[in-house]
Design a protein around this ligand. Structure first.
Ligand SMILES: NC(=O)c1ccc[n+]([C@@H]2O[C@H](COP(=O)([O-])OP(=O)(O)OC[C@H]3O[C@@H](n4cnc5c(N)ncnc54)[C@H](OP(=O)(O)O)[C@@H]3O)[C@@H](O)[C@H]2O)c1
Length: 263
């Protein structure tokens, strides 16, 4: 891929201060995009700006706020929009959740995808624009230590598919695609759950938040070849998707081995 493939393109990435979002912002910038990074932590964004340089614009804001979504879409009209921001749920079995802790990923992850996706369709973004959302492998298998996380991530996958359908029906030419990454300990969120499931499999403290019967449908963090997915690989996968011929699927599994269409 040429360094200039995304020259002249504005990419907006939510949750850019660390983890996958940081890897995506860095990869899109390396491909020539001007990147706008949104997150609440100013220090993380400032660090990224030092790394990337003047083509990176840091916006310290709550991505789940509909006013933030509307203002930033009006200001930047991105050609690439990556809806990656996500809350870390409390790692504990279902009976230790309250409704408020259970629904955290609906309030943050789903709500932000809902607001930004709606804005993208209504603007509408220019034909050829791409909107990538971060769902999760947990959407397929469940995640019994994460309250409403797996359901929230499944909702993001469906919401993205609905938006793709609306884009096609109105001939908007906006591509919508969701990624379902495998659990990886390479980020703050992933490390919490890799540790929680490892503790659960080894018996865990009886009755404690991560305790209870061993095993769980979320499975282990390692990829098929044994290597966990990294933030750089997520960044490369997103860049390949937006610079390639165009995703022909609405959803892809993402592991260290790369993207695999969900059929
Ligand atoms: N890591 C995994 O194993 C894994 C697997 C599948 C899917 N995912 C999904 O991939 C995405 C990124 O996960 P990650 O592992 O990189 O998590 P992470 O390291 O915890 O990073 C989460 C990012 O989201 C931002 N964020 C959270 N709430 C926000 C809000 N209200 N407004 C703006 N930014 C917000 C955080 O920034 P601030 O705190 O500075 O706001 C941070 O930049 C998430 O949607 C996650 O569910 C992760």
């Amino acid at each position: 891929m040429s360094d200039q493939e995304l020259a002249g393109v504005t990419a907006l990435v939510t949750g850019a201060s660390r983890g996958f979002g940081r890897g995506v912002a860095t990869a899109l910038s390396s491909a020539g995009a001007r990147v706008v990074g949104v997150a609440r932590d100013r220090a993380g964004l400032a660090e990224l700006r030092t790394e990337i340089g003047g083509s990176f614009t840091a916006v310290a804001a709550d991505a789940a706020d509909p006013v933030v979504a509307g203002q930033l879409m009006d200001t930047y009209r991105p050609g690439v929009l990556v809806l990656n921001a996500g809350a870390t749920p409390l790692p504990r079995p279902i009976q230790y959740h309250t409704w408020q802790t259970f629904s955290r990923n609906w309030e943050v992850d789903v709500q932000h995808v809902f607001h930004w996706t709606r804005e993208a369709l209504l603007a509408p973004l220019a034909p050829g624009s791409t909107v990538v959302t971060l769902s999760s492998g947990a959407a397929l298998r469940g995640s019994p230590l994460s309250g409403g996380y797996a359901g929230a991530k499944a909702a993001i996958r469906w919401l993205t598919g609905y938006a793709a359908e609306e884009s096609a029906r109105a001939a908007l030419g906006i591509r919508f695609v969701s990624l379902l990454p495998q659990l990886t300990p390479a980020t703050d969120l992933g490390a919490v759950f890799a540790a929680a499931y490892a503790a659960r499999q080894s018996g865990g403290p009886a009755g404690g938040p991560a305790g209870g019967p061993a095993g769980g449908p979320a499975g282990g963090p390692a990829g098929p070849g044994g290597s966990p997915l990294t933030a750089d690989q997520v960044g490369q996968a997103v860049t390949d998707l937006v610079t390639g011929p165009g995703p022909d699927q609405d959803a892809y599994l993402l592991t260290a081995a790369g993207l695999r269409p969900l059929t």
